[in-house]
Design a protein around this ligand. Structure first.
Ligand code: GAF
Length: 381
């Protein structure tokens, strides 16, 4: 695969790459819409990656090519990069160059060849994978010496300010910092991380990912509106962020808020609690106890935060009815994917039950796969 990447690069850029870097997509186990509220998240990296083969250029140009694109090279001048100036997939890698330069890092031009098996628009962080693979490539090519967390922050800055999506930091931190066999328990305020061992296979469990194939787009305004609602609520409560509202104070705090903000606050506070509960269970090796926590998280996203959709709701219901220990939508919502915790022996039955429920409802067939906690961004050649 690695030789192939160099050959593909050469076919487009007429030279050998200096190297190839890979960064994964992610699924979040629990802790949704908590990251931009300074809260807790618990993602794992997927085995699916975006690979970036890259070569330095000395003329300050960026020449970007994607195997999943339209067969053309996007050719940009580094000094002309500005927020909103680049459309399409190329805005993600271009945004990383821009964010590095803006932060004062001595980054020059490059040729890039991008190839990916992270499903796009599926809530599995294909954008973060592209940003983090690009950031890892430039970090090595230009010997910037940045840590994985610093690269994640550059990637988030690219997405926020250059692409224009007001995402939190979870996806970039997961793609940059996750390690094989562990979930990433991240405090998104301090960026303190704990790599929590998660051997589902040894426990006779599987993590089934169900891509509903309902495409979600974080740039369409709904995500920004939710974030703004959470920030407004924190402001009204006199708190720096909803993270600072202890669950014991939730009920009186809700009384002080306008009706439309109450469910948002309830979700964020209870969801942070569910992350901590999950960490407790993992610490005690009680993996099957995670199931009901996941399903409760889904109910909160469906009823309070209102970011689920008929397809994610049906996937969760059908999976649980067929014997999954628990299930929830993962990622930003409005479509995308569901994760279900399933006993190994029930995996086929649960997958088939979801497929059959989708058929009966007239929904497009979902794509399913099992995920194991995988490695974050790294050089692969
Ligand atoms: C998307 C965002 F990019 C993340 O930052 C996070 O807010 C997530 O939605 C919801 O938890 O993936």
């Amino acid at each position: 695969m690695i030789d192939e990447a160099a050959t593909d690069f050469e076919a487009v850029h007429a030279a050998r790459p200096d190297g190839t870097w890979a960064a994964p997509g992610r699924v979040n186990l629990i802790g949704e819409h908590t990251d931009y509220n300074d809260g807790f998240v618990l993602p794992i990296a997927l085995p699916h990656t975006t690979r970036v083969s890259a070569r330095r250029r000395t003329d300050g140009r960026l020449r970007l090519y994607s195997a999943q694109g339209d067969g053309t090279i996007t050719d940009l001048a580094l000094e002309a990069l500005a927020p909103g100036a680049v459309a399409s997939w190329a805005s993600y890698p271009a945004g990383v160059f821009w964010a590095l330069a803006e932060a004062g890092h001595p980054v020059g031009g490059a040729d890039l060849f991008v190839d990916s098996d992270v499903p796009t628009g599926a809530g599995l962080s294909s954008s973060a994978a592209l940003e983090c693979a690009t950031a890892a490539a430039l970090n090595d090519l230009y010997e910037l010496g940045l840590t994985a967390s610093e690269l994640a922050l550059i990637a988030q800055r690219a997405e926020n300010a250059f692409v224009g999506v007001p995402c939190g930091v979870m996806d970039q931190m997961a793609s940059a910092c996750c390690t094989d066999g562990t979930a990433l328990f991240l405090d998104t305020r301090t960026l303190e991380q704990r790599h929590v061992p998660l051997d589902l296979t040894a426990a006779g469990l599987r993590l089934l990912v169900i891509d509903t194939r309902v495409k979600h787009d974080l740039g369409d305004g709904a995500y920004a509106a939710l974030r703004a609602g959470c920030e407004r609520a924190a402001g009204l409560l006199g708190l720096p962020a909803l993270r600072d509202l202890p669950s014991a104070d939730l009920a009186p705090a809700l009384d002080r808020l306008p009706g439309e903000l109450r469910p948002l606050v309830r979700h964020v506070v209870t969801e942070n609690g569910r992350v901590l509960e999950t960490i407790d269970h993992l610490g005690r090796g009680e993996l099957t106890a995670l199931g009901p926590v996941l399903t409760a998280g889904h109910a909160s996203l469906r009823d309070d935060f209102r970011v689920s959709c008929p397809e994610t709701d049906l996937a969760v219901e059908a999976a649980v009815a067929a014997g999954a220990l628990g299930a929830r939508m993962t990622g930003g919502g409005f479509g995308g994917s569901v994760v279900a915790l399933v006993g190994a022996a029930d995996l086929a039955a649960v997958s088939e039950a979801v497929r059959s429920a989708f058929r009966s409802a007239g929904f497009a067939a979902p794509v399913t796969f099992t995920a194991v906690p995988s490695a974050g961004a790294r050089r692969v050649a």
